[in-house]
Design a protein around this ligand. Structure first.
Ligand code: MRU
Length: 345
């Protein structure tokens, strides 16, 4: 099941807000529709958002009706709209930068259709890179998975959060495929329940043994020795290794350290933001209050209650045992090793 699929003149988006009970697709024909789908989290997960904005950018060029000279300023509007959708996942800005660079390289191409073709080609490359990186994350990550293990994961860092295969779930899938006895505890991940709705859905389809738990149960499980390691995805990794991921990840990392459980982050290098020195500089998205006051349209709290709804938190690097990337696994000191990793081909 693909989170996104390019149809040649539209981006097919699997509406993840309806999963697991309904499988509904939206064919976005304009960059504004892609932006809306990202804001409403029909498509979500850092790498999937990156690929979606790349195709959204290409769609903007397809929609453009003016002459060649006017294209760059129109594309700035496209880029601005796509940039304002979700602030934390750096893959979004990474993909837009690649698209912008490609457009700039086309400055001497007069034929608008040729420019459009080259932009679609770049978006395809971004999607292909994601597929390739995720497979490699699985290969490298599998090295740290014991023959028999119970792995805890948070939110959804699976195929649905990427172009294909996933990041944290890529490691889990690879371990399962290579015959290891792996069992997953999936945090339900309030408020939007990506764990309960998406991770569980993906793992059941792949026949990977999975047990769903409420978010507040992780500590008790670790205390009972039921968790061998934790693997999560990431939305942005700062130059010092501090990692932003779905709200609740930080608490898990602290719990893991208190119980001597290894805590891994799995992410492609497109999620590493070397320009951001540390976690305090990572912008954290705040989402609407109704996501907390309600659970899928059903009120669960008094309407007038104050709500705080940060979508992500930052796990300080000191709690992270290793970062699994498509170029290998790195450990502390992250300030040194992330820089080395980024220059490695
Ligand atoms: O708000 P979401 O569902 O987009 O958050 C997703 C996550 O936090 C994922 O763990 C992260 O994007 C990595 S996905 C491979």
């Amino acid at each position: 099941m693909k989170a996104i699929e390019w149809l040649g003149n539209a981006l097919r988006i699997l509406d993840q807000t309806k999963l697991p009970h309904e499988i509904v697709y939206r064919d976005a024909l304009s960059y504004k529709e892609v932006a809306e789908a990202i804001e409403q989290m029909e498509v979500r997960g850092a790498p999937a958002i990156g690929a979606a904005v790349a195709y959204g950018f290409a769609l903007g060029a397809l929609e453009y009706q003016g002459n060649r000279e006017g294209l760059p300023s129109f594309m700035e509007e496209v880029q601005d709209r796509l940039s304002e959708t979700r602030p934390t996942a750096v893959n979004l800005f990474w993909a837009l930068r690649r698209m912008e660079d490609r457009l700039r390289e086309c400055w001497d191409v007069d034929d608008l259709d040729e420019v459009r073709r080259l932009l679609i080609e770049e978006a395809d490359r971004i999607a292909d890179d994601d597929r390739r990186m995720n497979r490699l994350i699985g290969e490298y990550g599998n090295e740290i998975i014991p023959e028999k293990s119970n792995v805890l994961t948070h939110c959804n860092a699976g195929a649905l959060a990427t172009v294909e295969y996933g990041t944290a779930l890529s490691v889990i899938r690879k371990a399962h495929e290579t015959g290891k006895t792996i069992h997953v505890y999936a945090d339900e991940t309030r408020p939007l329940l990506q764990g309960a709705r998406l991770t569980v859905f993906e793992l059941l389809r792949d026949k990977v043994p999975v047990t769903l738990i409420a978010d507040n149960m992780a500590g008790y499980l670790m205390q009972q020795g039921k968790v061998d390691l934790v693997i999560v995805g990431a939305d942005r990794i700062a130059a010092n290794g501090d990692t932003a991921n779905k709200i609740g990840t930080y608490s898990l990392a602290v719990l893991a350290q208190a119980h001597g459980v290894p805590f891994y982050v799995a992410a492609p290098t497109s999620t590493i933001d070397i320009k951001v020195a540390n976690g305090q500089e990572i912008p954290i998205e705040e989402r609407p209050a109704k996501e907390i006051r309600e659970c899928f349209g059903v009120a669960i709290a008094p309407e007038e209650v104050n709500v705080y709804n940060p979508a992500f938190d930052v796990t300080p690097a000191k709690y992270i045992t290793g970062i699994i990337t498509e170029k290998g696994i790195i450990a502390a000191p992250y300030s040194v090793n992330l820089l080395k990793l980024m220059v490695r081909s």
